[in-house]
Design a protein around this ligand. Structure first.
Ligand code: SAH
Length: 396
């Protein structure tokens, strides 16, 4: 058995059940665990605290599997955790909704570093850290057994793996190569998901309910969808009766997928303008040309993955929000999001407030939005709450 003894006082966060142990908290490593091996974490005096997966190259040296001494980290432990995650989804989603859903959301499902998304008859798995990396084969077998889905694809091509000293891994794990595109249904609309080369695992499942909110208020509105990806918000806006929609993204592949998603849903493509451009530049261009909109969506990529990049990221968020608020007609709505782990909900609201002030507009928060329920937030892991959104109404 391998043991990690923490420095005096550094046991506090583990006692609060935070699942990360940083390298600086460690006093002594007993034994020579390999990457992903289970280690016992004890306090200065040797008292048991947790079992976790060892990661020799990461600042997050251990990710905790369990805080119970009686647990053994093995196949049946992992099965229990997976069963729990699946049970939760079955409780809160209908059978139809289960078709396109995040089944496992890492730390918040008690499975640090593991992401599993379901797209129809296909599971897409992401191993973000050394624990799931070591247990990959066991996890895949369990997933197939518990879901009855025989096709599993891996998309472990994310930057955070570099911090763990892990190379990218992409490819079929079970059931052979998946089709180029998989069709899913979300709140009555259809979307093509490119699991092999799309973003994340292919689709932004976390915005499901927020896209529906846009549909519910889009009637007769001129909509500007910034960072549109495969058109999730735009498809919903058109389904809700928007008068016009601009689909703006810097990726041509994303816009092509968006165009196919419009066709798939028989939406009026003549109301749509596709713009392949950088949002920062495009918004300035619209401003210079005196354009205005009734509903603007700002759903940028992560500007600040960690708190260290928060300052630079804040400037980016402020810039686009300021420009968007200026482009918004009085009485219009801004759906503005941040999926940066390094930007707290509080800070995000401050940034948007600063943008409104500088834009000289009188604006109100009418709704706060979050990642959808298949992306839970463990109470002992507030970092799990990464997506925050504000619906802002411009009064004057
Ligand atoms: N709203 C989408 C998800 C957006 S993901 C949905 O609901 O599905 C972020 C998108 O921003 C990606 O498609 C990426 O291509 C795009 N992007 C990133 N930086 C950009 C920039 N500077 N200008 C325009 N698009 C950008």
């Amino acid at each position: 058995m391998f043991t990690i003894r923490l420095k005096a006082g550094r046991e506090k966060s583990v006692l609060r059940r935070h699942p990360w142990v940083f390298s600086g908290a460690i006093e002594e490593l007993i034994g020579a665990p390999a990457q992903g091996d289970t280690v016992k974490i004890v306090d200065q005096a040797g008292k048991f605290l947790a079992w976790g997966a060892y990661s020799p190259h990461s600042q997050i040296r251990v990710r905790v599997w369990s805080f119970e001494e009686k647990d053994t980290i093995d196949e049946s432990f992992l099965q229990l955790r997976l069963e729990q995650a699946l049970k939760l989804r079955h409780e809160i989603f209908s059978a139809g909704e289960m078709e396109a859903l995040r089944l496992v959301h890492g730390e918040s499902d008690g499975l640090p570093g593991l992401i599993v998304d379901r797209y129809g008859d296909l599971l897409v798995m992401q191993c973000l850290s050394s624990g799931p990396e070591l247990w990959r084969e066991t996890l895949v077998d369990l997933l197939v057994k518990l879901t009855g889905i025989g096709q599993v694809y891996e998309r472990s091509d994310v930057d955070v793996r570099q911090l763990e000293g892990l190379a990218d891994r992409v490819g079929a794990l079970r059931g052979g190569e998946p089709p180029e595109r998989v069709l899913i249904h979300e709140n009555g609309l259809s979307f093509w998901v490119d699991v092999r080369s799309g973003h994340k695992t292919g689709f932004y499942l976390d915005q499901r309910t927020n896209r529906l909110r846009v549909r519910q208020i889009a009637l007769d509105k001129d909509v500007l969808d910034c960072f549109a990806y495969s058109g999730g918000f735009s498809v919903n806006a058109l389904a809700g009766g928007a008068s016009s929609v601009i689909i703006l993204d810097s990726s041509r592949a994303a816009l092509e997928l968006a165009s196919e998603n419009l066709a798939q849903n028989n939406l009026p493509v003549e109301r749509v303008e596709f713009i392949e451009a950088d949002v920062f530049n495009a918004l300035r261009g619209f401003r210079d040309r005196g354009r205005s909109y009734d509903l603007i969506v700002l759903d940028p990529p992560k500007f600040a993955p960690t708190a260290a990049q928060a300052e630079k990221a804040s400037r980016g968020y402020k810039d686009i929000n300021l420009l968007a608020l200026k482009l918004l007609r009085p009485g219009g709505f801004l759906f503005t999001f941040s999926c940066s782990g390094g930007i707290s909900p509080d800070l995000f609201q401050k940034i948007v407030a600063g943008a409104a002030l500088d834009a000289g507009v009188d604006a109100r928060i009418v709704e706060r939005l979050h990642q959808d329920a298949d992306h839970p937030v463990a109470l002992n892991f507030p970092e799990g709450e990464y997506l925050k959104g504000l619906v802002v109404w411009r009064a004057t």
